[in-house]
Design a binder for this molecule. Structure first.
Ligand code: ADP
Ligand code: ADP
Length: 227
């Protein structure tokens, strides 16, 4: 049983209902690491945002687990999303940034403490839980953003170019961190990038997109051995 079923999704904009995502169709297995790759403007983000519930689906059905979620708001989809701009709260400590979602969900204090410490341990950011984001490096900030996403223990993890603001060296090491994180968490990941090397090194399966249409879905080995 696939954990995410994406059935013939379309996204249309404007008066002329121009489709920027056309007939996006695939099943994703539980715990798979899926990467959407393709040039800027090909519809990767829009597809991801429809899965997240940040963008309305124009046509098609989306199932997370057994549940049709077309009209389910983002906070009830059992997902977490990480963006390229870390979107941390500047006036809160790292601890408070990670705890924020759990506080909103009114979890008891000791559970919040436990969950934040656990996330911090996995991402090796325990030593700066009391600092403000402005005192952190880019890589550290992105770890905090990841911490904020994993602390909610989501069924599905969505990432939109999370590393593209980092310098080349950091990008390579964070890539490894994310692969480790995926192994550690045993959840389904969908990761958007325009970087083929990223796709190649991280994915179980790669979805190649062009002009809003899926060109190919296959393992990295298959994709990059195809002439
Ligand atoms: P990618 O993530 O692959 O760079 P996007 O999904 O961001 O591509 O965008 C796909 C296409 O949809 C682009 O041509 C973009 O300009 C267009 N688009 C995205 N959002 C909107 C919107 N709100 N209104 C109209 N067009 C949009
Ligand atoms: P990215 O390239 O990082 O995916 P964009 O810069 O394409 O993001 O889009 C930023 C925001 O602007 C998004 O909310 C997107 O929906 C919106 N947007 C993108 N293209 C258009 C467009 N042609 N018309 C209206 N809104 C757009």
């Amino acid at each position: 049983m696939a954990s995410i079923r994406i059935h013939h999704l379309y996204k249309r904009y404007g008066k002329d209902k121009h489709a920027v995502v056309k007939d996006f169709h695939m099943d994703i297995e539980d715990k798979e690491f899926i990467v959407f790759v393709g040039p800027s403007g090909c519809g990767k983000s829009t597809t991801l945002r429809m899965i997240a519930g940040l963008e309305e689906i124009s046509e098609g059905e989306l199932y997370i687990g057994d549940r049709l979620v077309n009209h389910v708001p983002p906070k009830d989809r059992d997902i977490s999303m990480v963006f390229q701009n870390y979107a941390l709260y500047p006036n809160m400590s790292v601890f408070e940034n990670i705890a924020f979602g759990l506080r909103m969900a009114k979890l008891p204090r000791h559970e919040i403490d436990q969950a934040v410490k656990n996330a911090a341990r996995i991402l090796e950011i325990e030593s700066f839980l009391n600092r403000k984001p402005r005192h952190l490096s880019g890589g550290q900030r992105q770890r905090v953003a990841l911490g904020r996403a994993i602390v909610r223990n989501p069924k599905l993890f969505l990432m939109d170019e999370p590393l593209s603001n980092l310098d080349a060296k950091l990008r390579v090491s964070m890539r490894m961190e994310i692969i480790k994180l995926h192994k550690n968490l045993e959840t389904t990941f969908i990761y958007v990038t325009h970087d083929q090397v990223e796709a190649m090194t991280m994915a179980d399966r790669i979805v190649v997109m062009k002009d809003g249409i899926i060109q190919q879905i296959d393992s990295p080995e298959q994709i990059y051995s195809t002439p």
